[in-house]
Each structure stands twice: as structure tokens, then as C-alpha cells.
Write a protein that binds this ligand. Structure first.
Ligand SMILES: Nc1ncnc2c1ncn2[C@@H]1O[C@H](COP(=O)(O)OP(=O)(O)O)[C@@H](O)[C@H]1O
Ligand SMILES: [Mg+2]
Length: 319
């Protein structure tokens, strides 16, 4: 039995989702027999944890300082072991521009892109878009939950898409739109979970498709995929996870194009953790129930923190 702080809530745009993940993880931790201290990072100063006798912190935050490495650094300073990736990996994964640079260095296939800054003249950004071709995706550099992400099909749509993406920050990514199927692969410890396909009726996995049950998004944890695609997706998921120096667990989003090529979109260091979220769904496909998964995430996070990841990561990246 461990004394575990459950960090949830926070102040990011994804606060509501984090409360849902937090509630699900809290219930699981209690069922497993741990003693839980629920802690809303959005309403209490994190320093208060220093006065608690804690064995571990489970981070059920999404977006903002919970996912960008800030909270992880505070945990290091407070000397509290915590779930998932450290400050550097969290920062790299949260920032899609930094992630791309690591993907390119470590041979993780990722779609062509350019970065636009808020101060740039719009005609220059429109020129960028034209160079890339239609359709393209416009997205904020460091948001999640598809907030501010738009599919742009012609020059007329560029202005509005920039306006909503720049609401989230001064740097925006223009990325080639990969037409095809959307896959996501969980990584726990050093192993990739079964591939899950996301089937959004509109073909675009936006905020509504993610969280509104009425949107009718389907998830297939046994997708029919051609030849070696599933194995390759798992291979790239582990490679992307290690390229960003992730610890413990993550979930890697990717697209499968019409020629059968895979393109990694991003690594989520704190993926959704409700019982129906994607990582728990994929774990269930392997016969791992939600409570067991939560305990495994604690175990791998503790285990990996005790020893350096460099050897294992080097092996995966060299493969
Ligand atoms: N290059 C792309 N090609 C096709 N679809 C994309 C592309 N980039 C993003 N998307 C769509 O937008 C969704 C959200 O984008 P993503 O990069 O994963 O950001 P977020 O961090 O908000 O989840 C994806 O799940 C996918 O449906
Ligand atoms: Mg995503």
C-alpha cells in the first residue's frame, strides 16, 4: 500500500478532461488498496505536497503545466516519485515543433511542416500554405485535445484557421494533411500495446469527435491492417517514445496514408485515463484491466526512474 497524491484538474484548457481522468484513476487506486490524497493543482499550491508524507504522485493532468514538464520539475524538486515522463520529455512532447526536430533526427516518419509566427505578415504565411498544397492542417504548437486544430482546403480558409490557432500561442504549425486512417499506439514500459484505429465519422478527430458521444466516433482495437502495418506502427510508437526520452508510458498518434506509409503526428505523455480512453482500451485488448493498468503505470514509472533509460532507448533507436 502506497500513499499516493493524485494530481488532477489544473488550469489548462483540458481541465475538464483531467477531472474525468482523475476520478477514474482515483477509484482504481483505491480499489487496488492505495491510500489516495486527491489534489487539484488548479486550486491548491503544489508546495503543499511538501508537508505530506507521500510515496508517489500519479499525474492525471492534461495540457498546460501538467503536461509540459513544469509539474514534473516541481515533483523532482520536492523529491516525490511520479508517473510518466520527466521534465525534458514532457516539454519535447508537448511542443510539436520540438518533437518534429527529434523525430527527424531519430528517423521517425513525420509529415512535412512549416512554422508560422504571429508577427509574420499573413501574405507570407499564405505563401507557405500554397507551397505545402491542399488540404493542410493548421495547429497550435503546444495544445492538446485538437483545440485550435483545423483542416484547411483552400486559401480562403487560411485566415480563420490562423486566427483560432494563434489564440493558443504565438507559434502555429502548418502540416501536410495525411489522408487515410488514424491509428494510435500506447507504450507502457518498453512495450507497445495493440494498435487502435480511430474512426471519426467526419474523417477529422476534432474536439467534438473526441469527447462528444453524439459524434459517433468508433474505436477499433482489432483493425484490419495490411501486411506488416501493425508491427510497423508499434515499432514507430516505441521509436517516437524513445526519441523524446519518454519514461513509463505514452500514447503515440499517427496516420496511415493511402500508400500504406505511416506518419507520426505526436506523442502524448499524459494520455486520457478514463476507463474508456484509448490507452486503457488498448490495454484491455491485451487482457489488462483498468486497475491493473494503473498499477502497472506506477510500477514502470518507479522502475524506470531507478535506472537510466539510455541503454534501452539506444537499442530501440538503433533498430
Ligand atoms: N497532418 C495531419 N494529417 C491528417 N490529420 C491530422 C494531421 N494533424 C492532425 N490531424 C488530425 O487532428 C487531430 C489532432 O491533431 P494532433 O496533432 O494529434 O493534436 P492534439 O495534440 O490536439 O491531439 C488528429 O487526431 C488528426 O485527426
Ligand atoms: Mg493527438
Amino acid at each position: 500500500m502506497l500513499r499516493i497524491a493524485l494530481l488532477y484538474g489544473g488550469t489548462s484548457a483540458e481541465r475538464d478532461i483531467s477531472i474525468k481522468s482523475g476520478e477514474a484513476v482515483w477509484a482504481a487506486l483505491e480499489r487496488v488498496g492505495h491510500s489516495v490524497l486527491p489534489f487539484d493543482v488548479g486550486t491548491e499550491p503544489i508546495e503543499r505536497l511538501a508537508s505530506e508524507k507521500l510515496d508517489f504522485a500519479f499525474i492525471a493532468l492534461h495540457g498546460g503545466e501538467g503536461e509540459n514538464g513544469t509539474i514534473q520539475r516541481r515533483m523532482e524538486e520536492l523529491n516525490i516519485p511520479y508517473s510518466g515522463s520527466g521534465p525534458l520529455a514532457s516539454r519535447l512532447a508537448m511542443d510539436k515543433e520540438l518533437s518534429k526536430a527529434e523525430f527527424l533526427t531519430h528517423r521517425v516518419p513525420t509529415a512535412p511542416y512549416e512554422v508560422a509566427e504571429e508577427f509574420e505578415a499573413e501574405y507570407r504565411i499564405r505563401r507557405m500554405a500554397r507551397r505545402m498544397g491542399w488540404p493542410l492542417i493548421v495547429k497550435p504548437i503546444d495544445q492538446g485535445s485538437s483545440l485550435g486544430v483545423a483542416k484547411v482546403t483552400c486559401l480562403n480558409e487560411v485566415h480563420d484557421s490562423l486566427k483560432s490557432a494563434f489564440k493558443f500561442g504565438p507559434r502555429v504549425m502548418l502540416e501536410k494533411c495525411i489522408q487515410g486512417r488514424e491509428l494510435t499506439v500506447g507504450v507502457v514500459g518498453n512495450r507497445a500495446l495493440p494498435v487502435c484505429e480511430v474512426i471519426a465519422p467526419t474523417g477529422f478527430y476534432d474536439y467534438k469527435a473526441k469527447y462528444d458521444k453524439q459524434a459517433g466516433t468508433r474505436y477499433d482495437t482489432r483493425p484490419a491492417l495490411p501486411g506488416p502495418t501493425a508491427k510497423m506502427a508499434q515499432h514507430y510508437a516505441r521509436r517516437a517514445h524513445h526519441a523524446l526520452r519518454c519514461h513509463g508510458y505514452s500514447r503515440v498518434d499517427m496516420m496511415l496514408d493511402q500508400d500504406g506509409e505511416l506518419w507520426v503526428l505526436e506523442v502524448n505523455t499524459l494520455p486520457g485515463m478514463t476507463e474508456t480512453s484509448l490507452l486503457p482500451k488498448s490495454a484491455a485488448e491485451e487482457g489488462i484491466g483498468f486497475d491493473e493498468l494503473v498499477q502497472e503505470l506506477i510500477d514502470v514509472s518507479m522502475e524506470q526512474r531507478r535506472r537510466p533509460i539510455s541503454n534501452r532507448a539506444t537499442r530501440v533507436l538503433a533498430a
